[in-house]
Design a protein around this ligand. Structure first.
Ligand code: PAF
Length: 281
């Protein structure tokens, strides 16, 4: 795996691969890689001849400076984990990404999706995500990019940005990788104490229970959400949001909706855990 810190080396290598007729896959990450990330790389490898991974802890998408400084930075361990699974690892600096500073950075804003649900709870977060992903796409110039379905709204945001801006990039959504007890893998799981880690699978279990009730015909979404919130809050979580919306556009469910998505977000100690499940209607 080649390590790229500078843009010119990355660009010339990718251009060289492309001259040889190769298809380039890309997996953007913020590092602290776990098996969920490795699955994204694996999927990119299935579709492409060469795969580039990026690691950049993007300050533009953090609404809280403490969260940004606490975010785990584990480059040496990440390189070991990637091994030869990827062909290139791009680790740009903040100066390379935002040479005029964050305030002066041109932003990419995806209307609608960026402002609802998680976007309403964390104003500016999704503008930071769409801006950095757009820049990374321009820097790496991939044919295809993989994103985890765990970040359901983020995936919808990226798909809309790529469509709206006519980016010639295929977006692949990769199913969430879970621990044996059902907890969705996330870099933020490393914030959990041993006691919190034992409680954490209740998030996925609660979501599954709501999904099963919907599958058996329950349609009182307000009641389902309230029951979910109570179960989480009584188990030691602090629920940040449970939403049941149209899986296609993240808007309220109508009689035309074909599938719903349950979106869960809850704090457990310092960790904000998220999860989601699509339920056919
Ligand atoms: O999902 C993430 O890790 C980040 O939001 C992403 C897509 C790498 C952008 O910084």
């Amino acid at each position: 795996m080649q390590l790229f810190k500078q843009l010119d080396e990355l660009r010339s290598t990718v251009a060289d691969w492309r001259r040889q007729g190769m298809r380039i896959g890309f997996v953007p990450t913020m590092g602290n890689l776990h098996n969920g990330h490795l699955e994204l790389v694996h999927q990119a490898r299935q579709h492409c001849d060469k795969v580039v991974v990026s690691i950049f802890v993007n300050p533009l998408q953090f609404d809280n400076p403490t969260d940004l400084s606490a975010y785990p930075r584990t480059l040496a361990q990440d390189c070991d984990r990637l091994g030869d699974l990827a062909d290139g690892l791009f680790t740009p600096s903040a100066e390379l990404m935002y040479p005029s500073g964050q305030q002066q950075q041109t932003r990419v804003q995806v209307p609608g999706i960026a402002e609802v649900l998680e976007g309403a709870l964390r104003p500016g977060h999704f503008d930071g995500v769409s801006t950095v992903v757009c820049k990374l796409f321009n820097l790496v110039q991939p044919d295809l990019a993989c994103f985890g379905e765990k970040d359901y709204q983020q995936l919808a945001l990226i798909r809309k940005m790529v469509t709206d801006l006519n980016m010639p990039i295929e977006i692949i959504g990769v199913p969430t990788v879970r621990a044996e007890d059902g907890l969705a893998l996330s870099s933020r799981n490393s914030y959990l104490s041993e006691a919190e880690r034992a409680i954490a699978p209740i998030l996925a279990a609660t979501m599954k229970e709501l999904a099963e009730r919907m599958q058996s015909g329950e349609r009182d979404f307000a009641q389902l959400i309230e029951d979910g919130r109570q179960r989480l809050d009584h188990s030691g979580f602090k629920t940040d949001g449970i939403d049941i919306v149209d899986a296609h556009n993240l808007l309220p469910i109508t009689e035309h909706s074909q599938a719903a998505v349950i979106l869960m977000a809850a704090y457990l100690g310092n960790a904000r855990l998220i999860d989601n499940q699509v339920v056919p209607l």
